[in-house]
Design a protein around this ligand. Sequence first.
Ligand code: SAH
Length: 239
Amino acid sequence: MLERHDLCRARVFYAILVLPLTGLLVSADPYAAERERMVREQIESRGIRGAELLRVLRATPRHLFVPIASRPMAYDDHAVPIGYGATISQPYIVALMTELLAPAKKHRVLEIGTGSGYQAAVLSQLAQRVYTIEIVPELAESARGILSDLGYRNVTVRQGDGYKGWPEQAPFDGIMLTAAPPEVPQTLIDQLAKGGRLVAPVGLGWDQELVLIEKDASGRLRRRSAGGVVFVPMRSGGP
Ligand code: SAH
């Protein structure tokens, strides 16, 4: 049995040490509850089941990848503008495209359209290395900064035209486009390893579909559609 003064001491201990510590933990990530809700209500409920992917989505602070004014909507069920005509994709679409790409710890992955850097951060926790190309210099710069500040060390950001891919680092086990070309560029298909997967929104204007291309061990391609999507168009950076 606790003596009265022991109880009193326990309360003081709780008030002085435990409460402030809890407060610190909560204020360290004020969006933890929203992120948990995002994963449950937008992603698990729509059939995304991969345990590793769900763990990564729960661990990645999406709000830090959007402009400060947009943080309150960072976990909402839609894309959010990040400036320069770009958007951070809807959380479910990030999950779906990642699931289709099926990254593994030994994979080297190329992303076209770094934008905020969020998709690259998600991929970096599931693959060995991520190379990502962004055409807008300001976005490439800010994504490089946030990825490095948050400690995602296996991501390399290059400012340039994604239509050219990254020949020095090819072939890639996975290639993901997060801007929509009218058709999948042959250069990128050529940079895909045998046994690799390429995921891309393809089409013009509102008429886009999510495409998965698989290259088998003999180099043959198989293509299937995973439904309608809306992405910003992939710009041509010229010759
Ligand atoms: N994956 C991003 C979403 C990016 S939106 C994220 O997680 O936030 C699409 C991005 O593709 C935009 O930032 C746009 O500037 C970029 N983009 C468009 N055309 C491109 C091209 N040819 N090469 C590289 N990036 C391109």
